[in-house]
Design a protein around this ligand. Structure first.
Ligand code: MTE
Ligand code: MO
Length: 202
């Protein structure tokens, strides 16, 4: 049985406020650098590797057997649109960590995507209980242009950290900037602090 019923619903902290410099949209704009990635579910694999006790590589059926949670959270793009209501469903990062068991030295994570996009995050942020590997948005399987079949969703950071077409999660000791983080976007990307671009560019 693929994708059993959700186990739990998590809500982002009830901060109704819109972060500084953001404008509301009801739509869900698509923001991708380069082409969207179409991945055949039969070919799809997800690897979790690096500084973990238990490296894994899952096919879609195996991924579908993992516990499934629901997270409600706003989404904020650095280009200034915010979509306040989103329901995401998928595997909580904390549930992935329980399987792979990051080593003590693992402090950062690189999300690797089909199409070679990457982004970096502190492990601590991904362990916030809201970050997840999402396969559904607002009750529907994630559309290809929004990162389907599987994307990362990190509710506490600007949207570029929510990597679409996820194919790998790498656990590392030293931080390593990702695709946008080497091209002028802030390394941390906290929208409450308006961490949009490199400090020297702001
Ligand atoms: N693989 C990949 N993931 C990506 C991007 C991208 O270009 N490639 N763009 C990022 C940016 S800048 C944002 S704002 C969100 C947008 O997600 P959406 O297109 O579903 O709205 O995806 C992020 N994840
Ligand atoms: Mo973005």
């Amino acid at each position: 049985m693929l994708f059993k019923r959700p186990d739990q619903v998590k809500k982002a902290p009830p901060k109704k406020d819109v972060p500084p410099g953001q404008f509301l949209t009801e739509k869900f704009p698509v923001l991708t650098y380069g082409p969207a990635q179409k991945i055949d579910l039969k070919e799809w694999r997800l690897r979790a590797f690096g500084l973990v006790d238990n490296e894994i590589e899952l096919n879609w059926e195996e991924f579908s057997e993992l516990p499934w949670s629901t997270v409600e959270a706003p989404f904020h793009c650095v280009t200034q649109w915010s979509k306040m209501e989103n329901t995401w469903e998928g595997l909580l990062f904390t549930d992935l960590a329980a399987i792979v068991k990051p080593k003590d030295e693992a402090k950062f994570v690189i999300a690797h995507c089909y199409g070679d996009y990457t982004t970096n995050l502190p492990l601590e942020v991904l362990m916030d209980g809201m970050s997840l590997l999402a396969h559904k948005h607002d009750g529907e399987p994630l559309a290809t242009e929004h990162g389907g079949p599987l994307r990362l969703v990190v509710p506490q950071r600007y949207g570029w950290k929510s990597a679409k077409w996820l194919r790998g999660i790498e656990f590392i000791a030293e931080d390593r900037p990702g695709f946008w983080e080497v091209r002028g976007y802030h390394n941390n990307g906290d929208f409450w602090k308006e961490e949009r671009f490199w400090p020297e560019l702001s």
